[in-house]
Every structure is written in C-alpha cells, then in structure tokens.
Design a protein around this ligand. Structure first.
Ligand code: FES
Length: 121
C-alpha cells in the first residue's frame, strides 16, 4: 500500500520519455533498481510497483480503466492513485505508488531517498 512520503524524502529519477506510453496503457521500467509500472490514463501519469501481490504478474500489462488497473492474470484490480486492492478495500494488500512529474520530455518518478542515497560507512 502506498505510504505518505514528504517531498524531502523523495528523489526524482527519470523513468521514461513523454510519448513512450500510449494513453490508456502501461509499460514497465526499471527505476533505481526497482521495476515500476507507469500508466497514462486521462492525460495523467501514474506509477506503481509492477509486481502483482497475488502471483507476481506484471501489472503494466493489465487493463487500465480510469484510475484503476486490472491484472492480466486473474483480474485483481488496484487503484492507480493509492495502490489499494479495489476488490477488497478492507485488506491491507495493495501495491506501492510513487509520485510522477513531467519535466520537459522526461517522465520522472519519485523514489524514497533512503533507498537511493549513498550508503554510510
Ligand atoms: S497475478 Fe495478478 S491477479 Fe493473480
């Protein structure tokens, strides 16, 4: 499930270029060592972890419907806005979400600094 992350805890990393994702579709990209599914729906970009929590299918290959994606393997649905598992909203299962911004023609995803910063020795 998504976490509330302050702006200062994020570092924006280029994931893709504008035009590389069709409206109403998704694609998977490796961003800072993790596989993230990027979607374009209604002119907005969304970023979530690509692995479906059920059995690991690539959510980027799912069907986009507004602000949700349906997993291509068994049909579990997730919110693109907050990662909730929409078939069982009371469940804690879900996927991580990441903020997205567009700078010039770059689609950038905000990843937690703690996982990207230099390792203290
Ligand atoms: S792997 Fe996604 S619903 Fe089963």
């Amino acid at each position: 499930m998504s976490e509330e992350l302050g702006v200062s805890t994020l570092r924006y990393v280029e994931a893709a270029r504008v035009g590389s994702i069709a409206e109403g579709a998704g694609a998977a990209f490796v961003v800072d060592g993790r596989v993230i599914a990027l979607f374009l729906s209604g002119g907005r970009y969304f970023a979530i972890d690509d692995d479906c929590p059920h059995q690991g299918a690539s959510l980027s290959k799912g069907r986009v419907d507004g602000c949700s994606v349906t997993c291509a393997w068994h049909g579990w649905r997730y919110s693109l806005e907050d990662g909730r598992w929409l078939d069982n909203p009371r469940s804690s299962r879900g996927v991580a979400t990441y903020p997205v911004r567009v700078v010039d023609d770059r689609i950038e995803v905000g990843v937690p600094v703690s996982e990207t910063g230099p390792v203290a020795t």
